[in-house]
Design a protein around this ligand. Structure first.
Ligand SMILES: [Zn+2]
Length: 382
């Protein structure tokens, strides 16, 4: 099919696409609500089955289930599969939809999770429709995998993801693009640490010298952590939460800090993890414990990532789209597949804005272009 034909094909599916998008947004799926995420997984499984895919629910004990769908190109295929990757969960608690119902205004669709990433789920359904109807013939199997706990670190979805990704030649991640519709060819790695101090409590007026002030200790540690920021290396260290103490007249025995860490390479991640884990108390009467670590590796801009991006850019040019590339400090499930050494191109979702914000939206006019781009890219991955 020519680029113009595939675009016209998806254009003809726009009314159906909008009602499907509304349905997916209205099925709220907050990461903390396992029943809700499981429900959207089951619903999508049925939709993928309708499009001729085999769908499986990969269960997760305490978090939302993972959904995997596979489209088989035939028994003689030798090329390794391509994986479309995304997540079912959103950051929005149940009930957000009543406060901010799905709506379309000035050719933008608004609603909780529409941009991150219900529109990406819609794109995957559109691709599966095109595969079923022979509008795209990639000559290889195509997998779709959506985790149910991406927004909270993908702890339970990760084993399912790595097992499926292992056999794939490339991963196309349907997360929202950057501003201007740019694909993401680099993401920082993300870590989270909790540092706790156990000191000694004492009366603040009678015998303060007997106390070991945990708040003072954690404050000194926070300053030390702040000094680990390294702009040249791309490392950021942010203490986002600090807690401690019980009353103003008590030398506090307990305090803790929660720290966000972002790194540009696995090497920088290992170095900073070792530094934080090795921190010692300034006051020898205080005991310091460190929990946590790097929970998402960086998505590094490897030659494989760049090659995939160039293929996407060429496919976009045929559709008269100028697909830029850029980097972000946020992590995604694409970071895991990239760290496995699988070429991964991220940010291939529908253009929009306001991820994790109340004004979240997508550009309705971008849906057919993105679906067409994905189909063309599938055929040219090689
Ligand atoms: Zn996302």
């Amino acid at each position: 099919m020519s680029a113009a034909d595939i675009l016209a094909y998806f254009q003809s599916l726009i009314p159906e696409s909008i009602s499907r998008l509304r349905e997916l947004v209205e099925m709220e799926s907050h990461s903390a609500d396992k029943a809700a995420v499981d429900a959207i997984a089951a619903h999508l499984a049925a939709l993928f089955e309708n499009e001729g895919c085999r769908a499986e629910i990969l269960s997760c004990p305490s978090r939302g289930n993972t959904l995997r769908a596979s489209w088989r190109a035939g028994s003689k295929v030798v090329a390794r599969p391509v994986l479309f990757l995304g997540h079912l969960d959103t950051v929005w608690p149940a009930g957000t939809i009543s406060a901010r119902p799905f709506r379309i205004e000035n050719s933008r669709a608004f609603g909780p999770g529409v941009y991150d990433m219900k529109a990406g789920l819609l794109l995957s359904l559109l691709v599966s429709r095109a595969l079923k109807e022979g509008k795209s013939s990639p000559g290889r199997d195509v997998f779709f995998l959506f985790t149910g706990d991406e927004e909270i670190g993908t702890a339970e979805g990760l084993p399912h993801l790595t097992q499926t990704a292992r056999e794939c030649a490339a991963v196309l991640c349907l997360e929202p693009p950057l501003a201007g519709g740019k694909a993401k060819t680099f993401r920082k790695g993300v870590g989270c640490f909790t540092i706790r101090v156990a000191g000694l409590s004492a009366h603040a007026g009678v015998e303060p010298e007997k106390g070991a002030n945990a708040i003072l200790e954690i404050s000194r540690q926070v300053l030390r952590l702040h000094d680990l920021n390294d702009k040249g290396r791309g490392t950021t260290v942010t203490t986002g939460v600090i807690k401690g103490g019980t009353a103003s007249n008590v030398v506090p025995a307990e305090a803790e800090a929660q720290v966000d860490v972002r790194v540009s390479s696995l090497e920088a991640g290992a170095a900073i993890e070792a530094t934080i884990r090795g921190m010692q108390a300034f006051d020898p009467r205080c005991r310091l414990t460190v929990e946590g670590g790097l929970n998402r590796p960086p998505l590094e801009r490897t030659p494989g990532v760049v090659e995939l991006y160039h293929k996407a850019r060429n496919a976009a040019l045929e559709l008269e789209m100028d697909l830029g590339e850029g980097s972000t400090g946020g992590g995604s499930d694409g970071s895991f597949t990239a760290a496995m050494g699988i070429p991964t191109l991220d940010g291939l979702g529908v253009e929009g804005g306001g991820a994790h914000a109340p004004d979240e939206y997508i550009e309705v006019g971008d849906i057919q272009r993105r679906a067409a781009l994905l189909c063309r890219l599938l055929e040219t991955i090689g």
